[in-house]
Design a protein around this ligand. Structure first.
Ligand code: ZN
Length: 339
């Protein structure tokens, strides 16, 4: 079957996957069937464009996601700490950093406090102003293709939940690679298409990946194989898969032109404790680790409690059955005696 829009890899002969997506068998990426108009992918007018103010103020909220104000408060000690660990494994501060699609700008602020020379980029001028006023971070407005930046001037390019929204991911990633220092890293969070499973299986198993089939926004959904191919194509052949915070439907990918020697947690701590703001980041990391450990222990204890409860209920049922048998035996004995 032919799609109206080819895959990012150039393939035009795509097979049916679900009511809203094709699958490219050439690279194992899901491709949206009904492609939105080209003007969808930039924000000129915040009042009317898709990724303008209303996307953050009503579109995502109607979909059950938290508001921007809630995210600006809650993300910092949750997903941002997960991302911070991944960043510090790749690169220690100082380093020049740009986060594409940084939203409220909270992670850019945390990166700056950690000692990175970090800035954010957003399409919506309204959101750019929001990030500046909420976190006082430097921001760029518009697509990365439009920015006047020195080639090889960035050590880290980060984008979380951005890749799946891009209409031409290869061109955008190629532009990013031009801006990336050859010793630098790109760190990406994006949905992960579980290759080998049919749509019917995914629906039958109520797989949480279903939540990522969002035809209004997600144009391409990469698999581990296709994302490695994408980065290899644009000059980052070293691709590492890190644990994703939302591992039930996402993947976290580190891509680089050169091989990575990961930094240890001790090295990261040493770098953070060198300056006062870095100590705040270390404290947030510690609190986040303690919270995760408590949740892990709670889940362990709860599973144990459930198992013990099941055992008790089983014993209770056995006891009741025994009681009933005894009662019926003694009734039978009684009736025998009366005869
Ligand atoms: Zn493809």
């Amino acid at each position: 079957m032919n799609s109206t829009h080819p895959c990012w890899c150039g393939e035009t002969d795509l097979t049916d996957f679900s009511p809203e997506y094709f699958c490219c068998e050439n690279c194992q990426t899901l491709v949206l069937k009904n492609w939105p108009p080209a003007e969808r992918f930039d924000v000129i007018d915040d009042a009317s464009d898709f990724y303008g103010r209303s996307y953050y103020e009503s579109f995502v909220v109607q979909d059950g996601y938290p508001s921007l104000a809630e995210r600006a408060r809650n993300d910092l000690n949750e997903r941002c700490m997960h991302w911070m660990r991944t960043v510090l494994k790749c690169r220690l501060p100082p380093a020049r950093t740009l986060e594409l699609g940084c939203g409220h700008g909270g992670f850019v602020a945390l990166m700056r406090w950690a000692g990175f020379d970090a800035a954010g980029l957003e399409l919506s001028p309204w959101l750019v102003e929001y990030a500046k006023s909420a976190f006082g971070v430097p921001m760029l407005t518009g697509t990365i293709e439009k920015q006047d930046l020195e080639p090889r001037s960035l050590d880290l390019i980060l984008h979380f939940d951005v890749l799946e929204h891009l209409p031409d991911p290869r061109t955008t990633m190629r532009r990013c690679m031009e801006l990336l220092n050859p010793d630098g890293f790109m760190i990406v969070q994006t949905p992960c298409f579980p290759v080998g499973r049919t749509y019917e299986e995914i629906v039958r198993n109520k797989d949480r990946f279903l939540e990522m089939l969002r035809p209004a926004e997600h144009l391409y959904i990469f698999s581990k194989a296709s994302i490695a191919r994408l980065f290899s194509d644009v000059g980052a052949p070293f691709v590492y898969f890190e644990p994703a915070i939302f591992h039930h439907y996402d993947m976290c990918v580190v891509a680089s032109p050169r091989e990575r020697t990961p930094h240890s947690e001790a090295e990261a701590t040493e770098a953070l404790l060198r300056h006062p703001e870095g100590r705040i980041i270390q404290a947030l990391l510690d609190a986040n680790a303690q919270h995760k450990e408590l949740v892990r222990r709670y889940e362990e204890i709860d599973a144990d409690r459930q198992a013990r409860l099941q055992k008790l209920l089983k014993m209770d049922a056995l006891y009741k059955a025994m009681e009933e048998r005894l009662a019926s035996n003694s009734a039978a004995d009684g009736s025998g005696a009366a005869r």
